[in-house]
Write a protein that binds this ligand. Structure first.
Ligand code: TAP
Length: 473
């Protein structure tokens, strides 16, 4: 059992001032795997004070000191590799291979990339008539969701440390243990006292407390649109800066000259990886009407490559994170059927032989109209929609006919058409065919997918204020 009843404040593990605790459940077994303390406003106040006290010296550390800190963190993170993988598999239910190749890998890359981005980063720039300086934004509150227990928190912390900003982090109650390992790593490598504080607790107490705290200068949040909006409202009371990463409903445009099987495999992989609990997942697959039949056949052919089952075994799709998430996904599958979409594969209920654990069936709807609820709302599960189009203009119009704009994907061969679709999609990141991930590339959304950018040097900029100095000696 993992029992972590303390918060990390001012360089020490300290008792919570409250008595409330929360059990953490392994979604594959439905068993309790540990307990955390739910922090109070008093705990949060102490953490904010520690961060404020750390600010004058932490914000003045040199670029070289910050690079060294980030490199030390990356090295110690590597030392804890097996434990991180095991922890994420237990708390999130992601299969071991995904915990390693996606979750562990992303956390590592954010720390090492931040060190790399810092090397060429300029905090002071002589621009002829004036000088521009970049200062830490100040004390930063970080609120993260459960779907990537190391990725989101690591990109935020790496950027904050690169900018010299002290932080207070609040991970999701559903998956708090990976953040505890990160905290142990920061403690071990000697992150200055007060520069990193971890307060576990509920969104309604600690999350809300962070977004409304008068002494927190900047709030970086990843999660649902509804909570993002609330955070913005709270921060607006004191005109605090916010960065929001709020999810999406991204298009995958299959062009007429695409390899149909490759495109179908990509479409399934989007709802299979992390059980589709991915903000940037493509969940609207736009297929030329002429390819509808061959694409549907290809989906059925590739689906067995993504087995559902025990995350400790050799599977690709684990359970959803919670009973609540399972219920939500089921209700969307019911909704799709009510709306008249055709169920190509999957459906409601649990896959055969998986009665225990929050497993859902990978589900593909066809004959979907872009106006349907299942095509417009983020389902956050292994469910996708196939929508047909007749012209490239229509594919672009359908891609953008959505309130979100986090990502877009396009599969095909003709370079001119690929470039046209990629540049026309209104989203923060477009991926062509099987292009490799790049941790130096900015990540964030247009429209209701959010405000601001994370990752690499753009991520560091998010934690900086710009100061003009006229007449700098
Ligand atoms: P949220 O409620 O948005 O949770 C995200 C984080 O915000 C958690 O740490 C949560 O804390 C905290 N939080 C909750 N209420 C808050 C408040 N009033 N003020 C400040 N922080 C607060 O997401 P969820 O309920 O877990 O998931 C719901 C849906 O959101 C999903 O189905 C999915 O569509 C979407 N979602 C999107 C993303 C991304 S990456 N964009 C990630 C997760 C979920 P606690 O959970 O500990 O209370």
């Amino acid at each position: 059992m993992r029992n972590y009843l303390k918060h990390y404040i001012n360089g020490e593990w300290v008792e919570s001032t409250g008595n409330e605790t929360e059990d953490v459940i392994n979604p594959a077994t439905e068993e309790v795997i540990g307990t955390i303390s739910l922090g109070t406003k008093e705990d949060l106040d102490k953490a904010v004070q520690a961060a404020r006290d750390a600010f004058p010296s932490f914000s003045q550390t040199s670029k070289e000191e910050r690079i060294k800190l980030l490199e030390d963190i990356a090295a110690e993170y590597e030392n804890r590799k097996e434990e991180i993988i095991e922890t994420i598999t237990e708390e999130l239910g992601s299969p071991k291979s995904i915990s390693e190749n996606v979750h562990y890998m992303m956390g590592y890359n954010h720390f090492s990339q931040a060190a790399e981005s810092l090397r060429d980063f300029s905090f002071i720039e002589d621009r002829g008539g004036h000088t521009v300086m970049k200062d830490s934004v100040g004390v930063s509150g970080l609120i993260t969701p459960w779907n990537f227990p190391t990725n989101q928190i690591s990109t935020k912390i790496a950027s904050a440390f690169a900018s010299g900003s002290p932080v207070i982090a609040k991970p999701a109650e559903l998956t708090p243990f990976a953040a505890i390992i990160l905290t142990e790593i920061f403690d071990k490598v000697g992150v200055p006292k007060g520069a990193f504080n971890l307060v576990n607790g509920s969104g309604s107490v600690i999350g809300d407390g962070i977004s409304s705290h008068p002494d927190i200068d900047f709030v970086s949040f990843t999660g649902s649109g509804a909570v993002g909006q609330k955070i913005m409202e709270n921060a607006s009371e004191r005109i605090a800066n916010v960065a929001l990463e709020l999810g999406g409903k991204s298009p995958l445009v299959v062009l007429e000259d695409a390899d149909v099987e490759k495109a179908a495999r990509a479409a399934v992989s989007h709802i299979a990886t992390n059980s589709g609990q991915v903000c940037s997942a493509a969940t609207r697959v736009l297929v030329p009407s002429s390819m509808k039949d061959s694409f549907e056949e290809a989906i059925k052919k590739v689906l067995p490559e993504f087995p559902v089952g025990d995350p400790q075994g050799d599977n690709h799709i684990g359970p959803l994170v919670s009973q609540k998430q399972w219920d939500t996904v089921q209700s969307y599958i019911e909704k799709g059927q009510e709306e008249g979409a055709t169920l190509l594969v999957g459906g409601t209920g649990k896959p055969d032989g998986l009665d225990k654990g929050y497993y859902a069936k990978p589900t593909v709807f066809t004959d979907v109209n872009n106006d349907m609820v299942i095509a417009q709302e983020e389902i956050f599960g292994p469910v996708t929609c196939v929508i047909t189009y007749d012209t490239i203009e229509e594919a672009i119009q359908l891609s953008n006919d959505i309130k979100y704009g986090l990502a877009g994907y396009v599969f095909g061969e003709d370079e001119q058409t690929l470039a046209k679709v990629a540049s026309s999609i209104r989203a923060g990141r477009v991926k062509i065919n099987d292009a490799e991930a790049d941790f130096a590339a900015p990540f964030g959304g247009y429209k209701q997918s959010g405000i601001g950018r994370e990752w690499g040097d753009y991520g560091i900029e998010e934690y900086l204020e710009v100061k003009t100095v006229l007449g700098y000696p």
